[in-house]
Design a protein around this ligand. Structure first.
Ligand SMILES: Nc1ncnc2c1ncn2[C@@H]1O[C@H](COP(=O)(O)OP(=O)(O)O)[C@@H](O)[C@H]1O
Ligand SMILES: [Mg+2]
Length: 347
């Protein structure tokens, strides 16, 4: 692979909350490569959003990076002192599409005006007529028909799915290098979900944009991500190509996430769900944060943080099960069936 466009090293993010400190990102390291589509998956609260907000300086005021490094094209983002530094990055270099399109759109301005603003900010050299043309082109690129008429309408005149298309149009109009999609379809109907994901997939491919998809649902990214990072309790516990994560997963948390996918369930049988609760990030986490919920946990998992074991040059997992001294464990039946391709993720 090429040099990473974004490099995260030993990142520790904390939040001050009512006299206590919540350790939201615990020593996270991650490389993101130019042109790839990386999915970050994990249960709600695992730190997916706060991680990517660190790339844009968007975390809440009570949050602070205690240690670690984030390098974007060689520049150290953790050294930024003011909002002015971030304005160079936000939108222009790294853009974000969030779950609720209404929070990103101005209800008082027409769709066309909002897209024109983005175009004017990032393509100052264009004439007014060229900008108008570019605005209409981008609306049709995101699948909005009759763009001339639609551009004169307001956000409330669009359906949820159409609004998300507009948000995507605005993000792409800024010609970012990286597009972060944070649960972009969670609020939408299943059929619309697939259409929006396909749209993002095609847009980033055609424009050479590096994509980061965030989701709590592994099934959603099966067809869009080239690589998958699995987060648990503020840490990345497994990372690999989509192929490796779906068909050769190694961390028991990844097994659990996969086992709970509805499309792998047997009709009539109760769907698997992960028992127990997520770690308390106000307290110090000992060992593997997943150990208390992990039926496969070894004694050492409760005591010592597992190192990142290499399974292949692209596949790593943080679990003591991969230590050569660990007893041999068989993954759950459904995971073995997946590995043997006896079941399919597409139902
Ligand atoms: N402003 C904040 N103050 C305190 N805790 C926060 C704040 N923002 C996020 N957190 C905490 O950080 C952790 C990770 O949150 P988040 O990244 O939103 O999870 P995810 O996106 O994976 O659902 C959670 O425990 C959440 O409660
Ligand atoms: Mg989130």
């Amino acid at each position: 692979m090429e040099d990473p466009i974004l490099m995260v090293r030993n990142l520790n993010l904390k939040f001050n909350l009512r006299g206590q400190t919540l350790h939201a990102l615990r020593d996270v390291s991650l490389d993101i490569y130019k042109g790839e589509s990386l999915a970050i998956v994990g249960e709600s609260g695992s730190g997916k959003s706060v991680l990517t907000k660190c790339f844009m300086g968007l975390n809440d005021q009570n949050g602070f990076i205690e240690s670690g490094s984030i390098r974007y094209k060689g520049e150290e983002l953790t050294a930024f002192k003011s909002e002015k530094d971030w304005l160079r990055i936000r939108g222009h270099e790294i853009a974000m599409v969030m779950q609720d399109p209404m929070t990103s759109l101005n209800p008082l301005k027409t769709i066309g005006a909002q897209i024109l603003e983005a175009i004017s900010l990032h393509q100052k050299e264009l004439s007014p007529a060229q900008k108008h043309r570019a605005m209409l082109d981008i609306l049709s690129d995101v699948g909005i028909q009759d763009p001339e008429r639609r551009s004169r309408q307001y956000p409330h005149e669009f359906s949820g799915g159409m609004r998300q298309r507009v948000v995507i149009a605005i993000a792409v109009a800024c010609k970012p290098n990286i597009l972060i999609c944070d649960e972009p379809t969670t609020a939408l109907d299943v059929t619309i979900q697939a259409q929006i994901l396909k749209l993002i997939k095609d847009l980033v491919r055609d424009r050479g944009i590096t994509a980061i998809y965030i989701t709590h649902d592994l099934g959603v990214v099966a067809n869009v991500a080239t690589r998958i990072a699995v987060m648990y309790g503020g840490d990345i516990v497994e990372i690999g190509t989509s192929e490796e994560i779906f068909y050769d997963p190694r961390h028991p948390y990844t097994w659990a996430l996969l086992s709970s996918l509805p499309q792998l369930g047997v009709k009539g049988e109760k769907l698997y769900s992960i028992q127990g609760t997520q770690p308390n990030l106000f307290a110090h986490v000992e060992g593997d944060a997943f150990a208390p919920r992990n039926p496969y946990a070894l004694k050492i998992d409760f005591v010592k943080r597992p190192p990142l074991f290499e399974i292949s040059p692209t596949h790593f997992a943080r679990t003591w099960l991969l230590d050569p001294r660990a007893p041999k464990m068989e993954p759950p039946e459904i995971i073995q069936k997946l590995s043997r391709r006896e079941v399919s993720l597409n139902g």
